[in-house]
Write a protein of this length. Structure first.
Length: 292
């Protein structure tokens, strides 16, 4: 089932499968700033990464002398969430543990995803609650894909017409991905005026994976027109920038968690970036996107 939120500035469509944002339009222009989800390149739009981010070593982890398997980015993006609240400009979606999740992830959890419109801004908030009697170990991440180019803007039809504007970084220090696992730090990517010029060759070897990025805002802008978006995030210690090969989009991905390193011992409690949430505790994070 799809839920529509709309005000005078923005229209957002969310699918209850994965609580996934699938459309983000500027109402006055009708321009969809989100990727179209064309399966010829990548059939997702903005999946939620839970209870892991990225790839596990051998798709496996160990916890309390048991072996479990999870696919890349976990299972939340494929699960049917319950819409537990809806107004014209906000909606909340709930996923809880069940017998199928316990087979691969032996924890009790409640994951609420809330979308809210504020004029030309969309906020996406996550709240993870541990209703169990033991600590909950998990990771959480966002994966929104934004259209590049936005074809309806005349005179700006090339991927290289666009760039990412950082608010603090003068260079990026990515980590190499080795079959989806985190390898060694690679050579720095210099930024000119804190800008990363988009080029499909950036993603020939998978995502740009960053740790401890100092920025809290990245903007997607064009050299050819004044429209774009501001993407804001705080307290996400990892960040990914990605596009499928030759695809007309760019993903901006704030993460609380990261793929296993090539040296990881696969013990869940020792996983880099894993969140340990005590019984009855709540974990919250939020990102926003402002269209202009």
């Amino acid at each position: 089932m799809k839920i529509t939120l709309e005000n005078e500035a923005i229209r957002a469509v969310i699918d209850t499968i994965g609580a996934e944002l699938q459309e983000l339009k500027a109402v006055p222009s009708g321009i969809n700033y989100l990727w179209s989800g064309d399966p010829a390149f990548w059939g997702k739009f903005s999946p939620i990464l839970f209870p892991i981010v990225g790839t596990l070593k051998e798709n496996t982890y160990f916890y309390k002398n048991h072996t479990y398997s999870l696919p890349r980015h976990g299972f939340a993006r494929e699960k049917n969430f319950e819409c537990i609240q809806q107004t014209n400009d906000s909606a909340s979606f709930l996923l809880t543990d069940d017998a199928s999740t316990k087979e691969v992830f032996p924890f009790s959890f409640q994951l609420v995803v809330r979308y809210t419109l504020h004029q030309n801004l969309l906020a996406c908030a996550y709240m993870v609650t541990n209703p169990g009697s033991e600590d909950l170990y998990f990771s959480l991440g966002a994966h929104p894909a934004f259209a590049v180019p936005q074809e309806t803007f005349s005179g700006s039809s090339a991927y290289t017409d666009y760039y990412l504007q950082f608010d603090k970084s003068d260079s990026l220090q990515p980590f190499r991905l080795d079959k989806g696992l985190i390898g060694e730090e690679t050579a720095a990517i210099p930024l000119s005026n804190r800008r990363l010029q988009l080029d499909k060759r950036l993603f020939q070897e998978d995502a740009i994976v960053l740790k401890n990025l100092p920025d809290t805002q990245i903007s997607l802008r064009s050299h050819k027109h004044a429209h774009g978006l501001d993407f804001r995030f705080e307290d996400f210690p990892f960040f990914g920038i990605w596009a499928a090969p030759n695809a007309p989009f760019v993903c901006l991905e704030p993460w609380c968690g990261i793929a296993d390193s090539v040296q990881h011992n696969q013990q869940l409690e020792q996983k880099e970036g894993v969140i340990r949430l005590q019984p009855q505790a709540i974990f919250e994070r939020k990102w926003t996107v402002t269209l202009f």
